[in-house]
Design a protein around this ligand. Structure first.
Ligand code: PBG
Length: 335
């Protein structure tokens, strides 16, 4: 045999030498579910890494993550039911939970890159990402106008990147226009280009109380059966000026990540969402999987598929895995 591929796997040294993909904390974005108050740290589904936290607690987490080379975080608000209404008007409050958090975080960590979501679902009583008409249909253009306003509020608070996750048509262009007209030409847009209708958002919606009260999100989020549609969204978002594109969820959509990587020259992000993360941890808690090895393998696979940036609730855990060389080897060995 001229080719014995096992020669390239014969020792930890050679395996490490030829490893094509590596996880690096610099490419993680750590998502945080923020809530009002102080000292609050409430795990969702009993999983510590997915928790509602008050800003004081988040600041401590950020201190650790940033000191370990994590460059970015993403904020998601848990809005009190009394502050929600049909229009999601709290999303436009300059003193709302997210703008206040952005100011506090940027004041303490000016070198950190802060992402904030643009969508109305945390703020609306009906749980949809946009405005609805009397029949419960999500109205596109009126929603886009509000979303652009929301982006402006986030920009004024000092956010680095706005991330529209609402899947309305034309919102990237409208947000770019609004930001530019108001001198926020340096605020970036990370477009949720391929956001699928997914069962894996369950724990997030439980935490936010944002399960749709009328209908579902199938008229705006993508059908899990479709890949080509993600490429139409890719062309549109690029044309409208998106700086980065995002695929969500991640693990069931590795082919979409790869296709978008191949068709767009901008950075591609992938979001390993709450349900995907919870699935690993639940299996680990039942003694079925090794949490560290499974998380390492899944995150590595997301990157191998073509994601430059991975949004992961496991940033802290992954840093610890990467630090323990033996744990990393063990994880690799289990694959
Ligand atoms: C919607 C939004 C969702 C998530 C973040 N923003 C999904 C949804 O409810 O449709 C899910 C994040 C996660 O599960 O980690 N704007």
């Amino acid at each position: 045999m001229l080719r014995r591929p096992r020669r390239n796997r014969k020792s930890p040294a050679i395996r490490s030498l030829i490893q094509e993909t590596r996880l690096t904390p610099e490419n993680f974005v750590a998502p945080f579910l923020i809530t009002e108050g102080s000292g609050i740290n409430e795990p969702i589904c009993g999983i510590d890494d997915i928790a509602k936290k008050s800003v004081d607690i988040i600041l401590k987490d950020i201190e650790y993550l940033h000191s370990e080379s994590v460059q970015a975080i993403a904020l998601f608000p848990c809005i009190h039911p009394e502050q929600k209404d049909e229009q999601g008007s709290n999303a436009l409050d300059e003193d709302g939970l997210v703008p206040r958090a952005i100011r506090q975080i940027k004041a303490e960590f000016p070198s950190l890159c802060v992402f904030a979501d643009v969508a109305l679902d945390p703020y609306t009583t009906h749980g949809h990402d946009g405005l609805i008409d009397e029949n419960g249909c999500v109205i596109n253009d009126a929603s886009v106008r509000v979303l652009a306003q929301q982006a402006l509020v986030l920009a004024a608070a000092g956010v680095d990147v706005v991330a529209p996750s609402d899947m309305m048509d034309g919102r990237v262009g409208a947000i770019r226009g609004m930001l530019d007209q108001n001198q926020f030409t340096d605020v970036s847009i990370c477009a949720y280009t391929a956001k699928y209708t997914s069962a894996f958002y369950g724990p997030y919606r439980d935490a936010l109380g944002s399960h749709p009260q009328i209908g579902d999100k199938k008229t705006y989020q993508l059908n899990p059966a479709n890949r080509r549609e993600a490429l139409i969204e890719t062309q549109l978002d690029l044309g409208e000026g998106a700086d980065m594109l995002l695929v969500k969820p991640a693990l069931s959509y590795l082919d979409v990540i790869a296709a978008m990587r191949g068709s767009a020259p901008v950075p591609i992000c992938a979001f390993h969402v709450t349900g995907e993360y919870a699935m690993i941890m639940a299996a680990a808690n039942s003694g079925i999987l090794d949490a560290d090895a499974a998380l390492y393998e899944v995150t590595l696979s997301i990157k191998r598929a073509g994601a430059d940036i991975v949004f992961t609730y496991g940033a802290k855990r992954l840093i610890e895995i990467l630090k323990t060389d033996t744990a990393q080897r063990r994880a690799v060995a289990l694959v």
